[in-house]
Write a protein that binds this ligand. Structure first.
Ligand code: C2O
Ligand code: CU
Length: 442
């Protein structure tokens, strides 16, 4: 390259971003067959992005621009929501609010910058109880500019399926029993789209494991026998270094952990999901290769650089109370008036995507504290679009908070992203039966 060419390239790099240079990737939705249960069992007919469940693992670097053309070859309308990404409202994938649904045979171009590093994911925001249960979800990884060194950086998309004996999906999506109780909890749990018996590791390895709960309703509580993975990030954002005995993930939530493989070559160790205590089961086993250890001492667990998030001013923050009600064993909304709606937000049940009524009007740039109150007998992972918040008093940044029955939480954030944003429960059967509201930032 001569000096003139070099200068021209330099000028280009400093000029406003040239979007034409961003490569376009494709996501095509269609049906596919996949071996979920494994050899000796029939394949399962699923809905998939690019033919696989989970969909392709999309990887970008922090600050890059995502440009994805979605092609819908399903027999139903859909949208794609980029869970946890702080993006322009028009790219948020909420039908009837930020875009028209993508018709069957239709296309939609999503294009936006990725301001935050972290583990995110994508899924439909239309007919979610069915579309997600059929297999529509995938990981969206935004790598740090200086990612901490690890031997392997891996994603585990956790999901569950309700299958019959022939490994077919039980198609009772959105039934009132699931809707008014804990949601559609499956009978088959998979890691990256298949039941797995082993996960192979080598002694001395350091693995960054990105856990994504893509289940409609199941909550995970993972215990690693003989290991104490250190939590590096929650919902993509850096966490205080901690090694809890159990890693709890509600639907939609993510955790990045550092798994240092300190056990002996040739050993095996179970990973147990014990969230529902009497129904604990083995997710899979870590299986150590016989090879000698890669290393015998480990660097301290790294800390990730913070994402560029505005810090709320708690002294000046305006406060609002948001109460979640309804569900079995409590006051379910009147079924004559609100047929099929079992939940409410501040007393109002809102059907899926008929949420034109604004629950909260927030001033752009102002700080807010929302008191989220769970007035029900069930768990609810409450998720806010377009923003990240901090649970008070000392939570780290996140886009969701898991409320236990009758629990409350305060979340604080700066309403700095203009538009209409959803605030909802990520148990998809709850979201579709009343537990969804709209927050306007203007
Ligand atoms: Cu994971 Cu409203 O979304
Ligand atoms: Cu819920």
């Amino acid at each position: 390259m001569n000096r003139r060419q070099f200068l021209q390239l330099g000028a280009l790099a400093c000029a406003p971003r040239v979007h034409a240079a961003v490569p376009t990737r494709k996501l095509s939705l269609g049906s596919a067959r996949q071996s979920i249960v494994g050899a000796g069992h029939p394949d399962t007919l699923v809905w998939a992005y690019n033919g696989t469940v989970p969909g392709p693992e999309l990887r970008f670097k922090q600050g890059e621009r995502l440009r994805i053309e979605v092609e819908n070859a399903l027999p139903v309308q859909t949208t794609v929501h980029w869970h946890g990404i702080r993006l322009p409202n028009a790219m948020d994938g909420v039908p009837g609010v930020t875009q028209e649904p993508i018709d069957k045979g239709g296309r939609f171009l999503y294009e936006f910058d990725l301001p935050d590093a972290g583990t995110f994911w994508y899924h439909p925001h239309l007919g979610s109880p069915e579309q997600v249960a059929r297999g529509l979800y995938g990981a969206l990884i935004v790598e740090e500019r200086n990612a901490p060194p690890v031997d392997r950086d891996l994603v585990w998309v956790l999901s569950d399926w309700r299958l019959d004996r022939e490994a077919r999906l039980v198609e009772n999506f959105g039934n009132p029993m699931d809707g008014s109780h804990a949601g559609r909890i499956g009978n088959t749990v998979t890691v990256n789209g298949a039941i797995r018996e082993f996960f192979d590791v080598r002694s001395g390895e350091r693995i960054r494991l990105r856990l994504i709960n893509a289940s409609n309703a199941r909550i995970y509580g993972l215990e690693f026998e003989g290991h104490r993975p250190a939590v590096l990030a929650l919902d993509g954002h850096p966490a205080e270094p901690d090694s809890p005995a159990r890693i709890v993930l509600g639907p939609g939530q993510r955790a990045d952990v550092i798994l240092d493989c300190k056990a002996n070559p040739g050993s095996t160790h179970r990973i147990i999901d014990s969230f529902y205590r009497r129904r604990a089961y083995e997710l899979l086993k870590l299986r150590y290769a016989a090879q000698p250890p890669l290393r015998t001492s480990f660097e301290p667990v790294p800390r990730l650089a913070a994402n560029p998030i505005a810090v709320p001013d708690l002294a000046k923050a305006e406060r609002h109370r948001v109460a979640f009600g309804g569900g079995a064993m409590r006051a379910v909304p009147n079924q004559r008036q609100h047929k099929g709606l079992f939940w409410s937000v501040n007393g109002r049940p809102v059907p899926e995507h008929a949420h034109h009524e604004v629950l909260l009007n927030l001033k752009r740039g102002a700080s807010y504290v929302l008191e989220l109150v769970n007035d029900t007998a069930w768990h609810h992972p409450i998720h806010l679009h377009g923003h990240v918040f901090r649970a008070l008093p000392n939570g780290t940044w996140a886009d969701s908070v898991l409320l236990n029955p009758d629990e409350r939480a305060e979340i604080a954030f700066v309403a700095d992203n203009p538009g209409d944003w959803m605030l909802h429960c990520h148990v998809l059967e709850h979201q579709a039966t009343g537990m969804m509201a709209l927050v306007r930032v203007a």
